[in-house]
Design a protein around this ligand. Sequence first.
Ligand SMILES: *Cc1c(COP(=O)(O)O)cnc(C)c1O
Length: 465
Amino acid sequence: MRYVSTRGMAPVLSFGEAMLTGLARDGGLYVPETVPTFTAEEIAALAGLSYEEVAFRVMKPFTGETFTDDELKGAIARAYAGFGHVARAPLVQLAPNHFLLELFHGPTLAFKDFAMQVIGQLFQIELAKQGKRVTIVGATSGDTGSAAIEAFRGLDNVDVFILFPHGRVSEVQRRQMTTPVEGNVHALAMDGDFDDCQARLKDMFNDFAFRDDVGLAGVNSINFARVLAQIVYFFTSAVALGAPARKVSFTVPTGNFGDIFAGFLAKEMGVPVERLVIATNQNDILDRCIRGGDYTKHGVKPSISPSMDIEVSSNFERALYWAYGRDGAAIAALMDELKAKGSFTVSPNAIGALRAVYDSGCVGEARTLEVIGETLKTTGELVCPHSAVGIGVAQAALERDPATPMVTLATAHPAKFPDAVEEATGVRPGLPPRMADLFTRPERVTRVANDLAALETLIRKERRA
Ligand SMILES: *Cc1c(COP(=O)(O)O)cnc(C)c1O
């Protein structure tokens, strides 16, 4: 399998190369040249298999020659061994035809663990083979950083630096990043919001001298390996609800568009997905774009679902690439326009292609709290604010189409956002016992300015040679 850039001007790479590279050198994102497909029989045969076995069958066609079957199976087995639930991604029912896919049983209690744990293992195998080392720099709205630090801490060939917006992540998120003791991981609290962190990260990737010097690698959802690992639970949940014989819809709490784009690939691969519903909080740029065709930044407003407080939704570029018939030049032009003007308009053809696949909706702050309260009353489940945004949007989608089962992705554990959950319900969700000492461990964090040169100097100094 070969990987090409969404902007059409970067070298074509193997899976292993694309994984270690992250952002393409033309500023684009790597995508597979073709999407492998499963027949209805192959999908039916997944029923009853373990999560790990489904993961192997779904990921293998994408990883191609980069890993042997045993290497890939071993990586998957180690990745999920530390999860707190044997089903890995269990489904619970919320209401008639409405199901919640619990993606928060990993070590840092958010769905990011599904992909990050796998790529930690895959990086280790690939770097050892190539005798290389890399410096991973990531930007996080909270959950990616903790998942990355958890997945890469203590690994020999990797130094990890995570930029998070100072004061804008929850205390649990912060502590998960600042309490690991391993010397190869560094939490950097930057002045600004998540889009600023992501912009500095992109600047580092576009500084080719720095990039080559430190062996810069990225594990943000621009990394295709992340998206790949997330395709798996769209298969397992659809099959549990009757695929391939029965269609299923998904509602995905969305920020950087990585998770829902994995759902799009599952659909392309043959999973009978009726609708993919984008759920946004008050930062509703994607909802506005799907409805009106205009992608226009209004400024990020901090919310109680901070992992979705984003206006530069990186993986939306991958969705646009498909909507524009895989025309790299068209995507490069749109992204130049966004950089210059802070907005772009999607062509009528492309917006039609997006609407054929995606619906969207947005849920504001007050309604998010209401949904958390109602869900506890009607089901006994405590849900995090991101999952509540999903549930609220899914309810409207179910009214439009009550016949198709709806799966809403629960992207984080309620204990990761205890203040909002307590405000909504009066109940303060507790951390699972395996992480009960999080609040007593010492923290280690470096405050940094929103300044590219200063960041590069710090990283050069702190990484192990
Ligand atoms: C990252 C995250 C999201 C958004 O996922 P994207 O793939 O960026 O769209 C939603 N909820 C939680 C809890 C997250 O950590």
